[in-house]
Design a protein around this ligand. Structure first.
Ligand SMILES: [Zn+2]
Ligand SMILES: [Zn+2]
Length: 80
C-alpha cells in the first residue's frame, strides 16, 4: 500500500504562500478536517469521503496547508 511521506513524517511539506511568500505549514490530511468521525472508517473509506473522487484510485493524499502570516490556505495533492 502506498504511503504518503508527509502523513508518516518522513518529509516535511513546505509550500510557499502565493499571497505573501511565507512558507506555509502542513495542517494535515484534508479528510481529517472534513470527517471528524474518520477514525470509525478505514483508510479507503475516508479517502472516498474527502470530496476528491480520484484520490483513492490514484493514491493521492490531499493535504491542507495554511499560511501563518496571512491565513491563506490551499490544498496540495501529494502523490503517495
Ligand atoms: Zn498525506
Ligand atoms: Zn500568506
Amino acid at each position: 500500500m502506498a504511503m504518503c511521506p508527509y502523513c508518516n513524517g518522513f518529509e516535511k511539506l513546505e509550500k510557499i504562500c502565493t499571497v505573501c511568500g511565507t512558507i506555509m505549514e502542513d495542517s494535515g490530511k484534508v479528510s481529517d478536517f472534513l470527517d471528524p468521525y474518520g477514525h470509525y472508517n478505514d483508510e479507503e473509506t475516508v479517502k472516498l469521503g474527502d470530496g476528491f473522487p480520484r484520490t483513492a484510485e490514484d493514491d493521492i493524499c490531499p493535504h491542507l496547508v495554511s499560511c501563518p502570516e496571512c491565513g491563506h490556505d490551499q490544498v496540495v495533492f501529494v502523490q503517495e
